[in-house]
Design a protein around this ligand. Structure first.
Ligand code: PAF
Length: 287
């Protein structure tokens, strides 16, 4: 595969994208924070299938990390990331510095009302403001026809969908399936922080989701009962600390008491010091 072109300024990135459009080619875009893995590979492959050219951004976005979060220690294996992009036939990698992305006098922020108040938004105040702002900036710079996001970050995906609709950003937002390792753990850049024992315990997130699925299949609709069962299962692991386990409407992200319609079952659990998230969805017909 030819090496992707590496671009580090917003202006050069836009020029490249405009040239792609001028040649009547469609552009797919995969925004990432690097530390690329198989799940990013699957987003890139989907983008390759559906577009003539593909750009990937690698940018550890400082504005979506809280003061006590892992921004400084977030992995930045740039050469390995480039190798993955090359192996997946990416055409361009956009890797700007924080200074190139954020003017010192930056005053404009994007907030998507109502969708960021629950789940990860509750435990990570300001996180989705940072995500929505950087994704809006990236989409304005890259101007893709389609942008690809993993469903593991279900709340992020919903926020991006609504932001793109509300701001007429003019690209299609494509949600892609969660990629799991053979032990059921959702693939994530943060999995590399887990010790062998923590990795074993991390299986409890997917196990809790499976338990919920079985109970819903068996007719249970009471959110409190389902959450209690999942919490008990997770708490069997000595190093697991529940951040949240929630059943919400998948469009509004608001808590449900009785499951109905398009339901998102989402959880965030700390295994040792590593915070992991996972989710599943159900479609439940009204009784
Ligand atoms: O999901 C991520 O990796 C990030 O939140 C994103 C969408 C690249 C924005 O920084």
């Amino acid at each position: 595969m030819p090496e992707p072109i590496v671009i580090d300024t917003p202006q050069a990135m836009t020029e490249w994208a405009v040239e792609v459009g001028r040649r009547d080619m469609t552009l797919g875009f995969v925004p990432t924070m690097g530390a690329l893995h198989e799940a990013h590979g699957s987003l890139i492959d989907r983008a390759k299938q559906e577009n003539d050219a593909v750009a990937v951004s690698i940018f550890v976005n400082p504005t979506q990390f809280g003061p006590s979060e892992d921004f400084a220690k977030y992995p930045r294996p740039f050469e390995a990331d480039l190798a993955l992009c090359e192996a997946h036939d990416v055409d361009a990698v956009f890797a700007p510095s924080p200074e190139a992305m954020y003017d010192r006098d930056m005053r404009t922020w994007v907030e998507v009302g109502g969708l960021a108040d629950n789940l990860c938004g509750l435990s990570r105040p300001g996180h989705f403001r940072g995500v929505a702002t950087v994704v809006a900036k990236l989409l304005s710079i890259v101007r893709p026809d389609r942008a690809y996001f993993g469903r593991k970050d279900a709340q992020q995906l919903r926020i991006v969908e609504v932001m793109v609709r509300d701001l007429n950003l003019g690209c299609e937002v494509v949600g892609c399936p969660i990629v799991r390792d053979p032990d059921g753990v959702a693939v994530s850049s943060r999995n590399r922080y887990l010790s062998v024992e923590e990795r074993r315990q991390a299986r409890c997130l997917n196990q809790a989701l499976q338990l919920c699925e079985r109970q819903v299949d068996g007719g249970e609709r009471n959110a409190i009962k389902l959450i209690e069962a999942m919490t008990n299962l997770v708490q069997e692991q000595p190093d697991a600390e529940v951040d949240y386990i929630a059943l919400v409407n998948a469009e509004t992200m608001q808590d449900l008491e009785i499951l109905e319609g398009h339901v998102l079952c989402a959880l965030a659990v700390k295994i040792g010091t590593t915070r992991l998230i996972d989710n599943t969805t159900f479609e439940i017909a009204p009784e």
